[in-house]
Write a protein that binds this ligand. Sequence first.
Ligand code: ADP
Ligand code: MG
Length: 256
Amino acid sequence: MTAPLLQANRVSIAYPTRDGLLTAVEDISFSLTAGERLVLIGPSGSGKSTLLRAIGGFLSPTAGDILIDGSAITRPGPDRMTVFQEFDQLLPWYSVLGNVRYALRRGKHLSDDESGRVARNWLVRVGLGKFLDAYPHTLSGGMKQRVAIARAFALQPRLLLMDEPFAALDALTRRHMQDELLSLCEEAGSTVVFVTHGIDEAIVVGTRVLALTPHPGRLAASFSVTSKSRVRGSPDFVGLEREIQHTILSPAEAFA
Ligand code: ADP
Ligand code: MG
């Protein structure tokens, strides 16, 4: 059996508030082996971003622990790269190429030549070969997200973390980007934790989908996605879509 790359053991996460502790994530366990793409799906407020931030090392669980390669996560590290929903993840004073090169020089200590070569390669792969010298403010939202994705892949982290990276895009662009991300991940054999509230997106991107309950987020159900069910509109896709929908749209009391 392959050892898990990521393991969450009975993780609960609470925020201190003026009215005491607010539990955002409650008693969640899962594990992830290399090459898997885990999607966390749930309604707004179900603790998806909180759990992802804890995997990123930006906050600590109040109970339980999260391990990467067997070691507890205590802080952010170059073994994990996060792509966020917001379009302002790029440095505005660097070009498209400059943004990815900068990350490679800082994160991987590559030489000028090497960082240029690697950055160009990934930017071409996300379809930005003609925009290497463009500045972020001249790009559409989809193009900015492509830069952020190219940058994350270029750094080749053990784990790619994505928090609704396509949520602010128009529906057509979103669909293109889902397909592109899927090919990149399959080619690179990436291990991913992807957060979304879109059921179709979850099925297209993931190999496994964990549905969270409404606030506080607990595990409601787990679904495996086969390559057959990943084909949009196919009977398997529609069937799985219904199953997930049923779980997510059940009243909160069903989980109490
Ligand atoms: P999701 O990403 O699924 O929409 P979040 O993880 O953002 O959910 O939030 C889960 C719960 O935790 C929500 O009730 C939210 O209000 C609360 N929460 C999130 N961030 C903070 C914070 N920094 N301080 C206090 N409460 C927070
Ligand atoms: Mg969120």
